[in-house]
Structures are given as C-alpha cells and as structure tokens.
Design a binder for this molecule. Structure first.
Ligand code: ADP
Length: 509
C-alpha cells in the first residue's frame, strides 16, 4: 500500500509538474490568503475572544492548507501561522518575543500540532489522489481488455490501443505493428528518431526513456509490444515525466494487453491457415482416391472386354460380341465424362481458367442437345428457348459442361420426359432442367452439390462430381445453381446467370 501511495504521489506531483511555475505561484498565493484571512479574523475577534481561540483560527488555516496544497507550501503555512500568531497576538504583541512560560509552551504545542496536521493532511490528500488515479487506471485497463476481445483485425487492435494510450497520457502516442516481412509498419513521414527508438525497444525487449535507466536522454517512452520471440511492434508515448513511475507501469500494462491481442490474432490466423492446409490436403487425397477408383474401374472393364474380343472373337457369338462392344462404348463414355468433370474442376481451381466472352444461350443449348442426342436414344429431352435472348458473358465450354451434366443426371435418374426451359427477366437468365424422376430427398438439397456426395437411394453409378462441378461453374460466372421439387413429382435444377446491362453492339450483317 505504501508503495502504491508513493507511486501515486510521484505521479500526482508529476502531473502538477505539467506547468510547475504557475502551480507554485498559485500554491504560495493560497498560503498568503489563508494566513491573511486567519490574521484578519483574529484581529476582528480580538476584543471578544481569548488568545486560545485566535490560535484555533490559525490552526484552521493550517488544516485547510494541508488538505489542498503539496507538502512544501503546507509545511511553510504551518510555520508561518505559528510565527504570525506569535507576532500579532502573543504578548508582547508586534514582536517575536514571548514573555511568559505558559505562552511559550502554548506556542510550541501549537507548532507541533500544526506540523502534525500538515503532515497528516498531506498524506491523506495523497492517498485519496492515489486511490482515484488507481481506480481510473484499472477502469482503463478493463475497458481496453473488453474492447480488444472483440477485435478481429490487427489494425482494429492498434486503433483501440492508440485511443486508450491517448486517454491515459497527454501524448501523443504512436503505435506500430509489424508488416508481413517483419518491418515496423510506420508512416513514411515518421521521424527517424521515432523509428530508431521503437526498433531499439523491440531489439532490447525493454522500455526505454526517462526514468527507465535505459536511454534516459530520450524525450519519450519507447515500449515494446510483446516479449522476445513474440514481438508484435512498439509504442512511443511523448510528453511524459521521468518521475512518473506508476504512469510508466500503467503504459506498460496497456501495451502488454495490446501485444497479447495482436499475438492472439496472429495465432488464430496461423491456426486457420494450418486448418485450411490440412483440409486442402484431405480434399486432394480424397480427390485422388476417388479419381483413381473412378478411372480404374471403367478402364478395367474396357481392357477386359477388348481383350476378350481380341483373343476369343471366333468363339463368341454375335450377341456376346455386341454386348462386349456396347460395354466398351458405355465405359469409355463414362470415363470421358469423369475426365471432363475432373478437368473442369482443376480448371476452375486455377485463376484465369475461365475464358468468358459474349455468348448466345441458344447456341450453347443447341450444341449441348446435339451432343447429348447420342445418349438420348429415346428422344426424351425437349427444349424451349425463347427468341431474342440477350447475350451473356460466359465461358461456353463450361456452361455447356454444366448443362450436359444436368441433362445426363436427368437421363440417369428419371425415365419420363425431360425439359430444358430457358427464361429471363431484366436481371438474370434462367436455364431449368426438369424431370419426373424420384426427386431429391428432403434435407439432401445442399449435400448433393458437395464433391463426392451421392445419394444412397439412387442405386446408379457415378462419381458424385457432376453437381459439384455444375455449382463451381455457376459460381465462377457470378450465378447460382438451385434445386427444387416439381409439382407432380421430379426435380428442377435451375441455373441463374446474371445479365449484364451493358450489352455489346450488334455485329453488322
Ligand atoms: P453422380 O450422379 O455421379 O452421383 P452428381 O454430383 O451428378 O453425382 O449427383 C449427386 C447426387 O445427386 C446423385 O448421386 C443423385 O443421388 C442426386 N441427383 C442428381 N441429379 C438428380 C436428378 N435429376 N434426380 C434425382 N437425383 C439426382
């Protein structure tokens, strides 16, 4: 407690040292006024009261001085009060002499009383100041800690820290974090001395400046943000006093909180990065496992069928040969689709894999239908494309791939008619592929768009890549892909593509 009081006292005195000359003049003026008031009152009451009551008026002046003034003027007030009382009122009056022993004892008692009161009053005042200052600083620390807990970016932490230091000290305070390459992130116009001080504080991992015993010639405190091996930047607080030890401790406590918040954000960021890396690694492994399985199975079937045909063609009947050839064609088609989807996924992963141009949707749909007709032997697909559609900015190969996947799924998972319907409004173009199949089970609408996610109920062969590729293609075009149940059964997959307001000028015919 004594230490706290001492620290607060020093910091209070230091605060007063803000304009020492003016406050000294003010203090001595207060001493003069108090003594003059006590003397005047004693003269006015002279005819009516005893010398003891007049002594009490001087003691009152000493009490007031000790509660309001620093210890030097307060002590001087006590000594001057005893002298003035002796001079003006103790017989013989108007001299400093004391004629009888009783008065002398009274005078010494009064002097002792004045000194004790002065000391106690000054101590009490300092304790009160210390308690008030400590409370303010505890509140500042708590407010900063609460504010920092909600920060998600280093610049937010630094802004909050700067605000807190500016509130606590006359300042100004400068706070600088580190750039990704480890340099101090200071404005280019910052003074070289500021940068040197901050770098030095970081190198030594210790506070530098007045009252620290390190670099006392500096005109500000330079405080590192963090410890050795966990350095996050540095702070500089100007307009401080070497005697303000508790102020320095408070500044260091604030900087420790700021450094901890910066370190927490750094740890969170590296944890997130590690997690993302491990997720990427997992996805890559799953991808490789799935792809190798999806490629190996049809390849094995093709090799098996082809070698049977090659080695035993004479022994096989026409129907069996036809079956083997059919199997080779179907497995090769499957292989081709899986390869296409895999290549598109890789292409979408690479920045710049998209080749967008102004395209007409009717042309893309026409090309897709022409290609898919070979697989739609029963002619189940019907299309409806209104005339006069606006152009869209798209990669035609990818959009064709998306529509082909949706139509392939519709062929695979349904047996009735399939409709491809294009429509538009002012802002978007919609391409819906709708079938009368089993539809998507409730709760699986989002999952089927995840890579390698297949429905257990389907019983159909697939890699679970088609819809993931479709969604990635839609998103790469700034659009979306949604699925909804159809009235009367079946599902509707709808591609939504934005229509750009600025359309290209029509080419001269
Ligand atoms: P795959 O068809 O290779 O399994 P997809 O990503 O194309 O992979 O589809 C994921 C799942 O979504 C499928 O396993 C299937 O259960 C379901 N699905 C896709 N399209 C349809 C559809 N038209 N009707 C019913 N279910 C579908």
């Amino acid at each position: 407690m004594r230490q706290v009081v001492l620290c607060a006292t020093m910091s209070f005195d230091a605060a007063e040292a803000g304009d020492p000359k003016r406050s000294a003049v003010r203090n001595w003026l207060v001493v003069l006024i108090l003594l003059a008031a006590a003397t005047l009152a004693s003269f006015l009451l002279d005819p009516y009261v005893s010398i003891a009551s007049q002594a009490m008026l001087y003691v009152l002046a000493v009490v007031v001085a000790s509660y309001t003034l620093p210890w030097v003027p307060s002590l001087a007030c006590a000594l001057a009060a005893v002298s003035a009382f002796n001079f003006f009122f103790v017989p013989p009056r108007w001299t400093f002499e004391v004629e009888n022993r009783e008065h002398l004892i009274a005078l010494f008692t009064m002097l002792a009383l004045a000194l004790v009161i002065s000391h106690l009053g000054t101590a009490l005042r300092r304790e009160t100041e210390a308690a008030r200052l400590n409370e303010t600083r505890a509140r500042q620390l708590q407010e900063l800690a609460t504010g920092l807990a909600g920060c998600t970016r280093p610049d937010e932490v630094l802004a909050l820290g700067r605000q807190s230091l500016d509130q606590a000290f006359p300042g100004p305070a400068v706070l600088a974090g580190l750039t990704p390459v480890g340099d101090l992130d200071l404005a280019p116009e910052a003074a070289a001395s500021l940068q040197d001080g901050m770098l030095c504080a970081m190198r030594e991992a210790a506070t530098l400046g007045p009252g620290t015993g390190r670099w006392p010639g500096l005109d500000a405190w330079y405080i590192p943000l963090g410890e050795k091996g966990q350095m996050m930047g540095a702070a500089c607080i100007q307009n401080i006093s070497a005697a303000d030890h508790s102020g320095r401790e408070h500044a260091q406590a604030l900087c420790t909180l700021i450094a901890q918040a910066l370190w927490r954000l750094k740890l969170t960021a590296s944890m997130r990065e590690a997690q993302e890396q491990s997720e990427r690694h997992n996805v890559q492994s799953t991808f490789l496992a799935a792809i190798s399985h999806d490629l190996r199975t049809p390849l094995a079937a093709i090799v098996g069928a082809a070698s049977s045909l090659q080695t035993q063609r004479d022994k096989l009947g026409a129907a069996e040969q036809e079956r083997l050839l059919g199997s080779i064609v179907s497995e090769a088609n499957y292989l081709s689709r899986v390869t296409d989807n895999t290549l598109q996924l890789v292409r979408l992963d690479n920045a710049g894999g998209l080749h967008r141009d102004w395209e007409a949707m009717e042309e893309i749909v026409g090309a897709v239908l022409a290609r898919i007709r070979q697989r739609d032997v029963a002619r189940r697909i019907r299309s409806s494309v209104p005339p006069g559609l606006p152009l869209i900015k798209a990669d035609p190969v990818l959009i064709a791939q998306l529509l082909e996947n949706l139509l392939d799924n519709a062929l695979k998972y349904s047996s009735g008619a399939i409709e491809l319907v294009v429509s538009q409004d002012a802002r978007e173009m919609r391409v819906a592929v709708q079938d009368r199949g089993p539809g998507i089970a409730a709760g699986e609408e989002a999952a089927i768009f995840e890579p390698y996610r297949r429905s257990d109920r389907s019983g159909q062969r697939g890699a679970g890549l088609g819809l993931a590729v479709c969604r990635a293609i839609a998103m790469a075009h700034g659009g979306t892909l949604s699925v909804s149940p159809r009235e009367g059964g079946g599902s509707r997959f709808t591609l939504h593509l934005p229509i750009e307001a600025a359309q290209p000028a029509p080419e001269p015919s």
